[in-house]
Design a protein around this ligand. Structure first.
Ligand code: SF4
Length: 391
């Protein structure tokens, strides 16, 4: 049987730039879409040798805003990937959509070309908060988009939320959770990603928070309230049948993101498009984020890779632990042994003992003398500290 491979496609076009965004995304570049998509298809074909040696298990269209561009472009990429697929290979194909750029026609086209999972950027249920972070949709658009997905029988929808956000208080967050609960009951939402807001220096939000005249309006809750928000969130989602399977991700049983599990299980994936990352044969690659640079390289028949890191065995083992520990279930020490031919305790005994003593990880006995290592609740809260210890 062939080994499995995940495919990530980056669509870097957006209608406008959200105030917190530091992703590789471009506005007012509609005139470059056609050529960009041609290049993505060319890049896929340039990797034909690898693609024909593996089974494509998952495909993920991320961005940017994949739903912003005409669905014929998504179909074109899917047609190109189909050259390397067998009928039932792909188990999950996801597309990220913005609530105000998704239409019935686009969803019909997505369905027709094999997309079976919709990931919707909801971010907040409060229109005033959405406005403060520069999102161009409103909560009414979310409901409209969910109705369309339901009408077309998409049975696996994921939504993204962000917290804390400017204008979001503990009490409005509770309203958000109530609203999300009623959405879960009404629509086939099976997965929720909850991101902690990161304020990057090169974003509009950073500057707004820095400027005195806006500081009150754009201020964020304090640490204590943020912690309370997280507690409320966990309680609410668990009550509604969602379990946390990764630090930032919750799902109903069986609806974990198969594509993202590729990343956390340190399996191979190829990324196509400007800024897309890949992990293959122990090496991490990243394409240039520069749109014109990407188009030029691919057009000239060269890879658009600008970053390449070959990981040695020790790097791979450390990275494996960090990625796996993001998952609630952590990892089985026997799997580690089978994968690397090394016993995790003989290599990282001091680090693991120290983390266990600090009650940041749990080491649980399994049968046949192997063990399960996973983060504790406290470990999940201070995961960056755990990663530092392991590195
Ligand atoms: S839609 Fe996403 S990628 Fe586009 S600007 Fe907003 S946050 Fe960035």
């Amino acid at each position: 049987m062939k080994q499995k491979l995940g495919i990530y496609i980056h669509i870097p076009f957006c209608m406008s730039k959200c105030y917190y965004c530091n992703f590789a995304s471009y506005v007012k570049k509609e005139n470059r879409i056609e050529e960009y998509i041609d290049c993505v298809c060319m890049e896929i074909l340039q990797n034909a040798e690898i693609l024909s040696e593996y089974d494509i298990a998952t495909i993920y269209f991320g961005g940017g805003t994949p739903s912003f561009i005409d669905s014929k472009y998504i179909q074109k990429i899917m047609d190109t990937l189909r050259l390397f697929q067998k009928e039932d290979d792909v188990i999950e194909t996801t597309i990220e959509v913005n609530p105000n750029s998704v239409t019935l026609e686009k969803l019909q086209d997505y369905k027709a070309c094999g997309i079976n999972r919709i990931s919707m950027g909801v971010q907040s249920t409060h229109n005033d908060v959405l406005k403060k972070i520069g999102r161009i949709h409103q909560i009414e658009d979310v409901y409209q988009a969910l109705e369309l997905c339901k009408k077309l029988n998409f049975s696996n929808i994921s939504i993204d939320l962000i917290y804390p956000l400017p204008g979001l208080t503990l009490s409005t967050w509770k309203e958000t959770l109530e609203e999300v609960t009623s959405m879960i009951k009404k629509y086939p939402i099976k997965h929720i990603s909850i991101y902690n807001l990161e304020v990057h220096e090169d974003t509009m939000l950073y500057h707004l928070l820095e400027q005195k005249e806006f500081s009150k309006e754009f201020s964020l809750v304090d640490e204590e309230e943020e912690y309370q928000m997280k507690e409320n969130l966990f309680e609410k989602l668990e009550k509604n049948g969602f379990f946390q399977y990764e630090i930032s991700n919750f799902s109903m049983k069986g609806y974990e993101s198969k594509h993202n599990l590729t990343y956390w299980n340190q399996n191979y994936y190829l990324g196509f498009g400007a800024g897309a990352a890949s992990f293959f044969a122990g090496t991490r690659y990243k394409n240039t984020e520069n749109l014109e640079g990407y188009i030029q390289s691919i057009r000239s028949g060269f890879p658009a890779i600008t970053e390449k890191e070959e990981l040695d065995l020790l790097d791979l083992m450390k990275e494996y632990m960090i990625l796996k520990l993001r998952l609630k279930q952590g990892f089985d020490t026997n799997e580690f042994l089978n994968r690397f031919g090394k016993d995790v305790f003989s290599l990282f005994q001091n680090e693991l003992e120290d983390l266990e003593q600090k009650e940041l990880i749990k080491i649980l006995p399994l049968k046949d003398s192997h063990k399960q290592i996973c983060l504790t609740k406290r470990g999940m809260e201070v995961a960056n500290y755990v990663w530092e210890k392991l590195i």
